[in-house]
Design a protein. Structure first.
Length: 233
């Protein structure tokens, strides 16, 4: 079955690597849905040259056009951006992004027909059965059209660490979340797994039939690893 693969470049790729990366990724043949989320400065280059779908990593949810250094959903839309990451743990950790902001961003993205890729996840010492419904309830409060959201389950302790839950645990947690969202929000969600995915573990993760795809962080700007990963799906 077709999978969704999201690349979160974070702050990586230098300008002199950019067009080599775009060209090499354009030469990869795949039937899966690939969404690249580069740094904002490269969005236009990707939109104009990449064969894959393009998302952004962040935007400003306000519409008053008075926020120095920010970008708006209108600007993204006018460039042809179709997706945005929302709720990534690094933004919660580094910019103290609150559940209210995440909720506002979901509403702003959906209002502009940008598909949100909503990240959520618990830390190592938290009980996922308590923590994940709490997070999702706050993030999804008053959000309409939840069916357009792609969910990305990213346990905090797995992001950028090389330590990830085993596949039984991933299956157990994603099953729990799917059931929770189906029951509470009457939606059949697509849920990705993210956190320390690489070419060595991707097959195991994607063999879990209920996992709809993966979100790849640090390695997603490493062209050799990207080629290995896509060839394994
Ligand atoms: P990682 O990051 O693949 O580097 O662990 C995942 C993410 O940032 O979403």
């Amino acid at each position: 079955m077709k999978k969704i693969v999201v690349f979160n470049h974070k702050m990586s790729l230098l300008y002199d690597e950019l067009y080599n990366y775009i060209e090499r990724t354009n030469n990869i043949d795949t039937d899966n849905d690939i969404i690249i989320c580069p740094s904002n400065i490269y969005l236009e280059a990707f939109i104009n040259n990449s064969q894959w779908s393009i998302g952004c990593q962040n935007f400003n949810q306000n519409t008053d056009f008075k926020h120095t250094g920010e970008i708006s959903t209108d600007q993204l839309k006018s460039l042809g951006i179709e997706y945005s990451l929302i709720g990534h743990y690094e933004r919660i950790r580094d910019f103290k992004e609150s559940a209210i902001t995440i909720n506002d961003k979901l509403i702003a993205a959906l209002d502009s027909n940008i598909f949100p890729i909503l990240c959520f996840g618990e830390d190592i010492d938290e009980n996922y059965r308590e923590e994940l419904p709490k997070q999702l309830d706050k993030y999804l409060k008053d959000v309409q059209n939840i069916e357009f959201i792609i969910f990305a389950y990213e346990p905090i302790y797995a992001i950028g660490t090389g330590t990830l839950p085993n596949k039984e645990k991933i299956k157990e947690i994603i099953t729990f979340i799917k059931e929770y969202l189906e029951e509470k929000f009457k939606t059949k969600p697509r849920i990705l797994y993210g956190g320390s995915v690489d070419s060595g573990n991707i097959e195991d993760i994607l063999n879990i039939d209920i996992v709809d795809g993966i979100l790849l962080g640090d390695l997603s700007s490493n062209i050799k690893e990207v080629e290995r990963i896509i060839n394994k799906i």
